[in-house]
Design a protein around this ligand. Structure first.
Ligand SMILES: Nc1ncnc2c1ncn2[C@@H]1O[C@H](COP(=O)(O)OP(=O)(O)OP(=O)(O)O)[C@@H](O)[C@H]1O
Ligand SMILES: [Mg+2]
Length: 254
């Protein structure tokens, strides 16, 4: 077989990680006169690397995350009162091993969603199945869905290793059916000891109001908080800072 035929055979065998780098590895082997086993080892490593990165990519796509946010881009000086060590502790994902939850509550624009997304991304990189939901939107979508679709959605929210409900109660009250499904999801995941991360700018004392049912709020919070890290985000809105900066650098202002 010549090089092209070998490449074709590799693709037919679904070894495109080897196929992609074959010509480089051939050049390398010729240039360095290395032992055959060394070249073979490098080629197998290329295939493994490619499969791993595709798996990570697939897990990221399935998670529903819309951006790759990390704590490396976070400015801790902006809001010095944020619970920094608790944030990094969460980022270690140890809480997932314990089936614990995290409630990230606090003022708008202080980085709650940023942290939740960074933790979710880290979980996908560590090989966990993650479902990231913009809570209000997805809960509303659920209530409008057909029964068959609802069952599939519920399964997608109950089964992953980590569920992130971002910006819960952003739209104030959620509907009665949305509240019921939230309760069902929290209950099922509690039984399965699967972690939930929730971000909200509504304090838990007011959740009864936004759920339209005080008992339901207690039932949900009782399960969430049984094993739970509470992170309070106090401070100024980074969004406002960015808006102010934009105004300051726009030509109209000079
Ligand atoms: N300290 C920070 N350093 C860098 N970027 C930040 C910081 N805080 C917030 N941001 C950025 O500001 C924007 C708003 O933050 P984020 O969405 O995380 O706020 P939030 O606390 O979830 O607000 P809300 O309660 O309105 O949902 C995001 O783009 C986020 O990346
Ligand atoms: Mg948010």
């Amino acid at each position: 077989m010549n090089l092209q035929e070998i490449e074709r055979a590799l693709r037919e065998l679904r070894l495109s990680g080897i196929a992609d780098t074959l010509s480089t590895r051939v050049m390398q082997a010729q240039a360095s006169q290395e032992p055959f086993l060394e070249t073979l080892g490098a080629m197998l490593q290329d295939e493994l690397d490619r499969r791993r990165s595709r798996l990570v990519e697939r897990r990221f796509k399935r998670s529903g995350l819309d951006e790759r946010v990390t704590l490396a881009d976070f400015d801790w000086r902006f809001n010095p009162k944020l619970p920094r060590s608790a944030c990094f502790e969460l980022h270690t994902l140890k809480f997932m091993g314990e089936g614990a939850n995290a409630l990230i509550i606090g003022k708008p624009g202080t980085g709650k969603s940023h942290l939740a997304k960074a933790v979710a991304l880290q979980a996908t990189l560590q090989g966990f199945d993650v479902a990231y939901l913009e809570a209000d939107t997805e809960l509303a979508r659920y209530t409008l869905a057909a029964p068959g679709e609802r069952a599939a959605m519920l399964k997608q929210w109950i089964e992953p290793d980590l569920l992130v409900l971002d910006d819960l109660f952003l739209a104030r009250r959620i509907g009665e059916h949305a509240a019921e499904v939230l309760q069902a999801v929290v209950h099922q995941r509690y039984k399965l000891r699967l972690s939930v991360v929730i971000t909200s700018n509504r304090v838990v004392q007011d959740w009864g109001k936004y759920l339209g049912d005080a008992t339901m709020a207690t039932t949900i919070l009782d399960r969430l908080m049984h094993r739970c890290q509470m992170l309070e985000f106090e401070g100024r809105s980074y969004r406002l800072k960015e808006a102010v900066n934009r105004i300051a650098i726009s030509p109209e202002s000079s």
